[in-house]
Design a protein around this ligand. Structure first.
Ligand code: CA
Ligand code: CA
Length: 343
């Protein structure tokens, strides 16, 4: 008597599983469900007090080799025009990324009546002029910047391309670290100390830190995110992948993440920089790119008057190019830093 009822139950379970399976497959094929591509995030800094404190640079590099060999690259989207720097010194401009106490960095603002992104290094040798490289930028557009310091030379790249003239002789970055005490942190988004505030206003994405001076070919790889296996020289990688919270993950997997701050205070829930949709790399194979990729820079004091840098990803149609005229100030190469930058 029991056998038929078991069969009916089995059939019922089978039918139920079949129906469940069909429903599950339907869900999996629905692009609107939670299996959609994740958002590509960037971090927006408010230009008031937002910043991210990254680890001690000694810990990122596993020593003090950061003083002699490093590559820092990132995409930024500065908001609005730059402001006058607090002093005639790039350490007193909006800090985008660099070490504190300050000895090198990427910053922006108006120096010598020029609104520029500044690549700079302060070296130990007081007989050697400190290095300062100005880069033209357009407010509210994404721009890729690379700082390469190696072989006693500081170089600056724009959109992965190196322009003649964007190099300076510069020796080991100044450091206050001692054998007993390390206190030099890598910081992103702003410098804050007492009454001094040099906060970057805009977005930052795709930050890569290497412990070597990358060659031009490696520098030019800027239109895609990195994928594993990573170079052993990649010491930290910030894709801004978190999307929420007040911690910044190191996407190189080496646990060199950062902490959001408002000024010098650790940010509370919802505080610090904001997670925004990057607009830089879409979820498809083709990145969404900024408008300006063809640059003709004119130098008044070099025998070769023009240098053209063009680097377009496949399928990308450039918008009308800009032709900035850059006059290099001969005094710029001999720029003397004020002592207070070393705090
Ligand atoms: Ca804030
Ligand atoms: Ca990103």
């Amino acid at each position: 008597m029991n056998t038929p009822s078991f069969k009916i139950t089995d059939r019922f379970i089978f039918s139920f599983l079949l129906l469940f399976g069909v429903l599950l497959m339907g869900l999996l094929q629905d692009p609107s469900n939670s299996f959609a591509e994740p958002v590509n995030y960037a971090l927006r800094f408010d230009g008031v007090d937002d910043n991210v404190q990254l680890p001690l640079i000694w810990n990122i590099f596993g020593g003090d080799s950061w003083r002699n060999a490093k590559t820092i690259s990132l995409w930024i989207k500065p908001e609005g025009p730059g402001e006058p720097c607090g002093q005639p010194n790039p350490g007193h401009c909006q800090l985008i990324i660099g070490v504190i106490p300050r000895s090198w960095g990427i910053s922006r603002g108006i120096l010598n009546n020029q609104d520029r992104i500044w690549i700079w290094n302060i070296d130990d040798d007081s007989q050697t002029p400190d290095a300062l490289i100005p880069l033209i930028y357009t407010p509210d557009e994404w721009i890729h910047i690379t700082l390469v310091h190696a072989n006693n030379q500081l170089k600056a790249y724009r959109y992965g391309s190196f322009l003649t003239g964007d190099t300076r002789e510069s020796y080991s970055s100044f450091s206050v670290d001692t054998d007993e005490k390390k206190s030099t942190y890598l910081v992103m988004g702003g410098f804050f100390k007492d009454q001094e505030q040099y906060a970057f206003k805009g977005q930052i994405d795709e930050v890569r830190i290497y412990d070597i001076g990358l060659d031009p070919t490696a520098v030019s790889f800027i239109y895609q995110e990195l994928t594993p296996p990573y170079s052993p020289n990649l010491k930290a990688y910030y894709r801004m992948s978190d999307g929420s919270g007040t911690l910044l993950t190191d996407d190189s997997g080496q646990d060199r993440g950062g902490v959001f701050r408002d000024g010098l205070q650790t940010a509370g829930p919802g505080g610090g920089p904001k997670w925004v949709e990057s607009g830089l790399f879409g979820s498809g194979p083709m990145p969404t790119l900024p408008a300006t990729f063809t640059v003709t820079a004119t130098f008044t004091n070099t025998p070769s008057p023009t240098a053209t840098a063009t680097r377009l990803p496949p399928g990308f149609t450039p918008q009308p190019s800009i032709t900035p005229t850059r006059t290099l100030d001969p005094n710029m190469n001999n720029f003397l830093f004020l002592p207070m930058v070393r705090k």
